[in-house]
Design a protein. Structure first.
Length: 486
């Protein structure tokens, strides 16, 4: 989350599955059976003996984490919308620093099914990009103490400037995102994702319209587009947990951050807040007025993005990975742009420009890794200015490193994302339910609630009632580790 997420989460290329979690449509929405249903108990179980730990090396100025210079290091990357070249480049830097160490690097779209048996057996890799269609449940991993605390990495000297700690080089909110309870940091979100409504500035210009700031203006733009045979919206219908990429920050804009925090905290009646009702009804109006591209509920993320890139729809909710993931279908003159979500009207609690921006691509070091120091050192290298620039240049997205754009010619989407961040200023929201409660977010809220509503099979009132029920079930489930905003 993402790259959600990235979120984790950020499509997976040719297999046609969702970026954050694989969710299959179920005929019985109330009792969804998806591949990840057994994930929490399975991947987070603590059975098996830990593999032999590499003896720690000597801590020096050049080796502040005390990496064993001859110990092997294994790195498993999610092979998704960002590709694997940026990570392979960072691995080369690790090998240069530790020429006596053998690095095993691999990339897969099957994170959970590939690594679950190894977690159970106590032989996980040293570094994992836990993202994509089979993302392992973060809350479950943390709750079952399966992850190493990354505080040593954060407190180590940065790769570029020994006078600065790694934590002092990161974008705001990155450290906090990796925390669940208290001070330990369990996850390092490497990408920095701007979520929102993505569109073609050229297409808007052809309608003689500007991006709509209120919902009445949004409906007006969609009506004008419809008359020209263009749908207002499309989205990943098979994976409707993409809808929150613009819906959640809209709820925050309309009702304030406290509404989102209450939802994250699984508080009773949090989903019944007037701001939620107003935003659900606004989105449902897109369906009712015929402003959603026909057939959208049956499209996956790649298909919906392709239709959008071809000009069949104006707007799509997505994250900043979309520019790289859809590069082969976005026309050269598309003039890709992103905007913060439209609000309802002037009564909204937060100003236009309120944006969801947060870490994506969650990297973890397993608690039972043979060489955790090596895994953290690889992350330290990746959080250097050079590696950050390399990532941004190659995949058109920002990293957690606070900088890394100097001297780079920004692509249209990335340039727009930077402008959105500048406009937002401190008006940033960061919903945590996508990474605190993966199953709830993807299978229940996404497929069972929002997906059904946007397909016209249930009303906003029914969707709210259903989603609140799902949240209440999760709140009462003693097998789930629960988290709250501090």
């Amino acid at each position: 989350m993402g790259s959600l997420p990235q979120h984790g989460g950020q499509g997976v290329g040719g297999e046609g599955v969702g970026r954050r979690d694989l969710i299959r449509r179920s005929a019985a929405i109330g009792l969804i059976a998806a591949p990840g249903m057994g994930l929490l108990s399975a991947c987070a179980s603590s059975g098996g003996d830990t593999q032999g730990k590499a003896k720690a090396g000597e801590k020096t100025k050049k080796n502040p984490l005390g990496v064993n210079k001859t110990a092997g290091m294994e790195f498993v990357l999610f092979d998704g919308g960002f590709g694997k070249e940026y990570a392979e480049d960072a691995v080369k830097l690790y090998e240069k620093s530790f020429p006596g160490a053998k690095v095993k690097f691999s990339a897969t779209q099957k994170i959970q099914s590939t690594l679950q048996p190894r977690f159970n057996g106590g032989t996980p890799p040293d570094l994992i990009d836990n993202s994509g269609a089979e993302q392992m449940d973060m809350g479950g991993l943390v709750g079952k103490k399966q992850l190493a605390d990354l505080t040593p990495l954060l407190d180590a000297p940065s790769y570029d400037d020994p006078s600065k700690k790694v934590r002092d080089t990161l974008r705001p909110g990155i450290v906090e995102m990796g925390q669940f309870d208290g001070d330990p940091v369990w996850i390092m979100y490497y990408a920095y994702t701007v979520y929102g409504v993505w569109y073609s500035q050229k297409a808007l210009d052809s309608l003689d319209e500007k991006y709509p700031e209120t919902w009445d203006e949004m409906l007006k733009v969609c009506a004008k587009a419809k008359k020209k045979g263009i749908a207002g919206w499309t989205y990943a219908g098979k994976y409707p947990y993409y809808i929150p990429f613009s819906l959640y920050p809209m709820i925050g804009k309309v009702g304030g951050v406290d509404v989102l925090n209450a939802i994250d905290n699984l508080e009773p009646n949090a989903w019944k807040h007037p701001a939620v009702k107003a935003c659900f009804e606004a989105y449902y109006e897109l369906y009712k007025k015929g402003y959603v591209l026909r057939g959208t509920p049956g499209l996956d993320h790649i298909q919906s993005q392709t239709a959008w890139a071809k000009g069949e729809a104006l707007f799509i909710p997505n994250g900043s990975w979309v520019e790289n993931e859809s590069a082969n279908v976005i026309p050269a003159d598309f003039d890709l742009a992103v905007a913060a979500p439209s609000g309802i009207d002037s009564s909204d609690k937060m100003p236009f420009g309120t944006t969801w921006a947060s870490g994506g691509e969650p990297f973890i070091v397993p608690a039972k890794a043979a060489n955790p120091e090596g895994g953290m050192e690889q992350l330290r290298i990746m959080l250097s200015e050079a590696s950050s620039k390399n990532f941004t240049s190659k995949v058109k997205s920002l990293t957690a490193f606070n900088g890394g754009t100097d001297g780079i010619t920004l692509t249209p989407g990335l340039k727009s994302a930077v402008a959105v961040l500048e406009k937002a200023g401190t008006n940033l929201v960061n919903p945590r339910i996508p990474d605190w409660y993966v199953q709830l977010e993807k299978e229940k809220i996404g497929v069972g609630g929002l997906g059904e509503m946007m397909a016209g099979r249930i009303t906003p009132a029914e969707a709210i009632k259903r989603i609140q029920g799902y949240a209440d079930q999760a709140a009462k489930d003693s097998s789930i580790k629960h988290y709250k905003h501090q």
